[in-house]
Write a new protein. Structure first.
Ligand SMILES: Cc1cc2nc3c(=O)[nH]c(=O)nc-3n(C[C@H](O)[C@H](O)[C@H](O)COP(=O)(O)OP(=O)(O)OC[C@H]3O[C@@H](n4cnc5c(N)ncnc54)[C@H](O)[C@@H]3O)c2cc1C
Length: 142
């Protein structure tokens, strides 16, 4: 596991699970510079990564067969850019206490409009709110 800093942000319990797993080696203070592999036609395989130790500036190559990325969070709202109001980070703006956007009849729910909680249960809850608001909106149209 490649970590850019010398600390983890996850909950203590999750950190302990990782640290106590003998199959996981943590490389602290490392940035990934490049993922290397083979790319010939349909044969696209990963076989290594070039890492930079951001404390010593030392570069190393590790042999790997896969690479899973989990860095930060970017709301998947680009498709709505210029149509629905978003904040500076790209989260869709909703009227507080509701799922209404700046466009009548368009409601936003889940992680794309929630930078605070981003949990399954809050996403599902706001999904329910959006469904009710959409139903009421449609009922008012007739
Ligand atoms: C590694 C990880 C661990 C997590 N662990 C937990 C946990 O333990 N407990 C918890 O409560 N939450 C957890 N979460 C958070 C939880 O997964 C999210 O809060 C939740 O999935 C958000 O639901 P959502 O419906 O808003 O978004 P998503 O689940 O991301 O669903 C969005 C959907 O929209 C689709 N989509 C995107 N763009 C388009 C498009 N242009 N056209 C059509 N479809 C599109 C996507 O394919 C996706 O299916 C975790 C998240 C991650 C990444």
């Amino acid at each position: 596991m490649i970590v850019r800093r010398d600390v983890l942000r996850a909950s203590k319990a999750m950190q302990e699970r990782v640290k106590n797993n003998p199959k996981i080696e943590i490389l602290w203070n490392h940035n990934t510079k490049e993922i290397v592999g083979v790319s010939e036609g349909f044969n696209k395989t990963v076989n290594g990564a070039i890492l930079l130790n951001n404390k010593t500036n030392e570069e190393t190559r590790i042999d790997i067969e896969g690479f899973f990325v989990a860095i930060g969070h970017h709301p998947n709202s680009d498709i709505f850019k210029g149509q629905i109001d978003t904040d500076d980070e790209g989260y869709i703006k909703t009227v507080p206490g509701s799922t209404k956007t700046n466009i009548p009849g368009v409601f936003a729910a889940g992680d794309v409009q929630d930078k605070t909680f981003r949990q399954a249960v809050t996403a599902a809850g706001s999904g329910c709110m959006a469904a009710i608001e959409a139903e009421r909106f449609l009922a008012e149209q007739s």
